[in-house]
Design a protein around this ligand. Structure first.
Ligand code: GDP
Ligand code: IMO
Ligand code: MG
Length: 427
């Protein structure tokens, strides 16, 4: 058996939670491989929305085991809140949740460092989620971090104090007020919960599961344009978000990878700072935000909105080795008389489909192609063939441009609001 991967192809919030929840019934195991509580993955089941930050989006499928991989950074208190929330709706996730001993822990002082660093940057801040992600990954690569497995050692408290003191030294360099009392109390309750969970060697678990022909889906967080290497640096997150990261975030070898599903909205959004060439500042942008309910699932911040950026999408399809594209939020475009897609960039006196080294400090113009809208309600549609002709033509155009089959189209937040299309229509 092989591991399939599902990830976001834009700047996050593409609808990964919904699609993983839907696909999870075909799998035995769903495993998160990177990121942490900066993620907010929304599932809408029987009219109720749930947001997961750390726990994989297979949580609501009874027969699925959910795994938090070594590549993830964990805030114990956020994890506790998620476990409690699931409990309150009758899901005892602790039975179906396995946590890598090699996953790194987010300390309360990591979050303070994140906030202090952003504060100091002022106008040029990243717009981080303030969940301590950057400082935690810095400690990981700096070889200072605390890992879940350390919780089992007798001198964990000493290790915690040593790292906390290091952080307090660093914080002395910032003009930033903070109070740790409440955060440390919460940390304690989170640690208590984490100690009771099943803490395992995920790499052995997953490779053994593969030998036993178990089906595994690796769930990404954020999106490829937020990748630390290939995203819009420095306005990115602190982990690799592309498919290659699933191998190192779970201990799976590259030759074990099967399908690579990528998700893109039918338009584009971004939350936080950084370049966004196809961003709209007009009423179309306002309409996308309103109809698409584009407000962050983690921070509640309004998301910046724009037309779909096909050169960026094509770049991410290349980086990920995508085998299937899933298009979400197509219903948000229902009432547009016409829509646009960015098909090329103009910069340095040339027109190209290639992204420049730096999207930020460059005079860049997006070349758009206009399409007739379908201007009709498609909620409830389940059959590709019955979709409006203009929408089918648009999908055909996207498949041809991107050279990848679009196999699933999402037309609403609910689990069932999906239209599958078995093969590419461009072939
Ligand atoms: P994720 O981080 O990729 O899991 O995405 P988020 O949950 O942060 O944001 C996606 C938002 O869009 C959530 O509020 C979902 O409920 C919603 N959503 C997902 N798919 C669709 C869709 O096809 N149509 C509409 N209208 N909403 C959707
Ligand atoms: P999901 O998994 C959207 C953005 C932040 C900020 C930048 C760095 O829900 O798609 P960080 O806290 O990671 O240091 O912030 O990355 N960001 C996200 N944007 N969706 C996410 O996750 C994000 N996770 C981080 O807004 O611009
Ligand atoms: Mg999200």
């Amino acid at each position: 058996m092989q591991v399939d991967i599902l990830l976001g192809l834009q700047w996050g919030d593409e609808g990964k939670g919904k699609i993983v929840d839907y696909l999870a019934s075909n799998y035995d195991i769903v495993a998160r491989f990177q990121g942490g509580p900066n993620a907010g993955h929304t599932l809408k089941i029987n009219g109720k929305s749930f947001v997961l930050h750390t726990i994989p989006s297979g949580a609501f499928q009874k027969n699925v085991t959910n795994v938090i991989g070594n590549g993830v950074v964990i805030d114990p208190f956020t994890l506790k809140k998620e476990v409690d929330n699931l409990n309150s709706v009758g899901v005892d996730i602790s039975k179906n949740l396995l946590v890598s001993q090699k996953a790194h822990l987010i300390l309360p002082t990591h979050k303070v460092l994140d906030a202090a660093s952003e504060h100091k940057k002022g106008q040029s801040k990243i717009g981080s989620t303030l969940r301590g992600i950057g400082p935690t990954y810095m400690d990981k690569t700096g070889r200072n971090g605390l890992r879940v497995g350390d919780l089992l050692s007798s001198n964990f408290d000493e290790k915690y104090q040593a790292l906390k003191n290091k952080h307090l030294d660093l914080l002395g360099n910032y003009d930033f007020d903070f109070d740790l009392a409440q955060a440390e109390q919460e940390w304690e309750t989170g640690i208590e919960l984490l100690r009771k969970l099943q803490l395992i060697n995920v790499e052995y678990y997953l490779n053994n599961a593969l030998e036993k022909n178990k089906r595994i889906l690796a769930e990404g967080a954020q999106g490829s344009m937020l990748d630390i290497d290939f995203g819009t640096y420095p306005f990115v997150t602190s982990s690799n978000t592309i498919s290659a990261s699933a191998c190192k975030g779970l201990g799976i070898a590259p030759n074990k990878i099967g399908e690579i599903y990528g998700i893109s909205k039918a338009y584009c959004t971004r939350v936080g700072s950084g370049p966004f060439p196809s961003e709209l500042f007009d009423e179309d942008g306002e309409k996308l935000r309103k109809v698409g309910n584009e407000f962050g699932a983690t921070t509640g911040r309004p998301r910046r909105c724009g037309w779909i950026d096909l050169p960026a999408l094509k770049y991410c399809i290349m980086l990920n080795g995508l085998t299937q594209l899933i298009l979400t939020k197509i219903d948000v475009l229902n009432s547009f008389k016409s829509i646009k897609a960015g098909t090329a960039y103009r910069y340095d006196g040339k027109e190209t489909q290639e992204l420049p080294f730096d999207l930020d400090n460059i005079d860049i113009e997006v070349v758009y192609q206009r399409f007739e809208g379908w201007d009709t309600e498609i909620s409830g549609a389940q059959n590709f063939e019955t979709l409006p002709q203009t929408l089918k033509q648009y999908i055909l155009f996207l498949e041809k441009y991107l050279n990848v089959p679009i196999t699933l189209i999402s037309n609403g937040p609910e689990r069932e609001a999906l239209i599958s299309k078995s093969s590419a229509i461009y072939a």
